[in-house]
Structures are given as structure tokens and as C-alpha cells.
Design a protein around this ligand. Sequence first.
Ligand code: PMP
Length: 431
Amino acid sequence: CPVTAVATTVEPLPVLGRDVRVPLATGGEVTYAALDYAASAPALQRVWDDVAAYAPYYGSVHRGAGYLSQLSTDLFEGCRATVAAFLGCREDDQVVFTRSTTDSLNLLASVLPAGCRVFVFETEHHAALLPWRGAEVTYLDAPRSPREAVETLERALADREPYGPGLVCVTGASNVTGELWPVRELAAAAHAHGARIVLDAAQLAPHHPVDVAEWDVDWVAFSGHKLYAPFGAGVLAGRADWLRAAEPYLAGGGASRRVARNAEGGVEVEWHDTVARHEAGSPNVIGAYAIAAACKALQEAGFDRLVERERELIARVRAGLADVPGVRVLSLFGEDAPRVGVLSFVVDGWNSSRFAAALSAEYGIGVRDGLFCAHPLVRVLLNGDRDADGECGGPDEGRSVLNAVRVSFGAGTPDEHVERFVGAVRELVSA
Ligand code: PMP
């Protein structure tokens, strides 16, 4: 069954790797179709060019009197304002550069006030589910609609009152289903019960504008490598008070304002109470610069138009898979729920790892298979008609089925990649 190719109305943004050729198991080669943006997106050409233009001027940040050190320090500090504008931050919010979303959420976990209770849905990515080790955590069952998510959270918050400080951690868009979560409503529920909220925007920020002030979220975390800026940096942005009040995340140079031996022969430290407090060590200026370049590139290209284009592509994937026998798209909120360009599915009679391997070997398509660092969520999604530790019949008899295939794309994805993917799924299923 041929896939109807209707061109999307907006051009994809140029990314690195567009022309990479890969060998096929069947002989010959093909242009690689990178459909695993949710794991790591290719760098925008514009990000690469901006980094290359800056690279000769690279210098130490906050650690040198030379011209290039001064320049690099100014650029690094300027990146905070660019990121803050991209996220719609409040004026007094801090933008801390970290290594990744995982690092950002672990940093936040390290500054929780004493007695803080954390509320987190079981559906979260492990980076959002696991960092709260020192705190009391209430794990919330997977909701089956955005409204149920808000009601579940409200009930949990109400049950726990009075609980002292509280923090809700929630994703903006699921890395498994791509579904959008009701961030504004969850933030309102958290605040109504005196709790704060951090938004895991690892999957949201690359695909959808974020508005920290408008949505009234206290913090937001995301990773550069999913936002077309693969240079090892991430961001935690938001309220300064908890950050200022806590011990530094890492102890070391840069975070300390004054260090001296004391009368007892020990060492006394005064920590910075600025953003430097949680950025000990030499900062990753290239990483921060790349993230800021990506923020600018997306805004200048018209983020809304890119979001619209992605919606067209995901609708095409949904329509293309809808009538393929045995393909089941995974969803918490219902098949028609709004989602970013991320979608997971299972195919009857196929082990998902074998299916993903066939997409790569026979069609040059790179997707991901597995549990996507969201084991509880994938269990919930697959348990409808599959045993978590069950086995699969058909050609894959005897293999575990507790995994799925995920396809994901974004601003750099050409229409052809999506068409190739839908055509490949149909061919593999009917073969
Ligand atoms: N949260 C979500 C929703 C994610 O998809 C990911 C990455 N897959 C993370 C957090 C963690 O991001 P990183 O690996 O960059 O720390």
C-alpha cells in the first residue's frame, strides 16, 4: 500500500548528518533517516556554525584577565539571558548551567528544604523519578487522562496536608508516548496546596515553546543534546530562594567566595549566593553557548511554525500506522491526545528490538527500542494485553516482549524520513 506523500508547508531546519549514507543489509546504501530525536537530536547547522565561529575566541570563564577570558565570560553570562528569554522566565529567576536534565533534577533534589515531600507520577522518566533519594516521596499512579492527572495530584496533596514544603515533579511531554501533560493545571494544583513544581522539559522544550512565568512553574529542566545542541550542557532555571539557601551541589572553585584556614586548623568557606553557588568547577562555555545558539535559531526560524510542521508529521505517522494490522500505538491519554513528535508502538508477533533492528538494517532508519528509561510507564502501557514478563508468539516465539519501538523526530526531519518509516513498517508487517 503506497504512502501518500503530501509535502508539509514549512521547510525543515538544516541539521548535521543530513547526507550521511549507511549500508543496508540487503546491499547498497541509503541516506540515514535519524528518527531518534527523543534520545539525542542532531545538531542544527546554525548551532554548529555559531560554535565554530566562537571557537577561536574560546577562553577560560571567570578565571582569566586576558581578552579572550573576558570575552568568554561575557558570552557565557549572556547565554543565561538568552535561555531565560527562550523559557519565558521571571525577572529574578536563575539560569544554572548543568550537564543535562538528569543533572539539573539531581541538583534540585540536593537543595530541597528539610522535610520536603516530593510528588511524582510513576510515568516519569527515571531522571525525574529517581533523584529524590533523601526526601519522602509520594508516587502517583499513572493517570488515564490529563484531567485524571490533575485530580490525582490534588487528592495526594490534600491527603498529605499539612506536610511542610512540597515539590511536584512532572514532565511536559512524555518521552515514551509524546503526550502533552497539563502543566498549567498541575502547577495551579501544586500552588493551591502550598507546594512548588518543577517541569521536566527534556522532551517539551525542543518541540514546543515553554513559558515559565505564564504557566507559573517554579523550575524547568532540559538538556542541550535534545535541543539540537549536543555539547554536554543542560539547564535548570527558576526560583533562586531554594538554590541560595542550600549547600552547593558541588563543592569547589567558582562556588566559593572566600576560603581560609580557621583557628582550629580547619578550613572555613563562604559560598557565593549567586548562580555561581551551584556551578563549581570550570563551566562548559561551549555547551552553554550552543544551547543559547539553539534557542535563538528556533525562535528566529519561527518556533510556532516548526511546532505546526511537527504536528503535520505526527498526524501522518498516526494515519500511516492506524490501519496496519497488529500495530498498537502506546498511549495513556487516548490515541487522539495531543503529542509532540514522539510515538511508541508494539507490533503483534514481533519482538520490538528485532523490529527496530530491521528498520535499521533494511531501510537505514534509526529508531530506539526498549523501555526508554521509564520502566514503570512502559509496564503500565504494555500490561493492557501483555504480561510484563511474558513472551511473544509468532516469529519471535520465546522472546520477551517487555519493550517497544519508539520513533521521534523534530525540526530537522524531512518529509521523506517519515514517509520511509511508515512505508517500512507496512512492508515489514506484511512480509
Ligand atoms: N526526562 C525526559 C522526559 C527524557 O526524555 C530524558 C532523556 N531521555 C531525560 C529526562 C534525561 O535527559 P538526559 O539524559 O539528557 O539527562
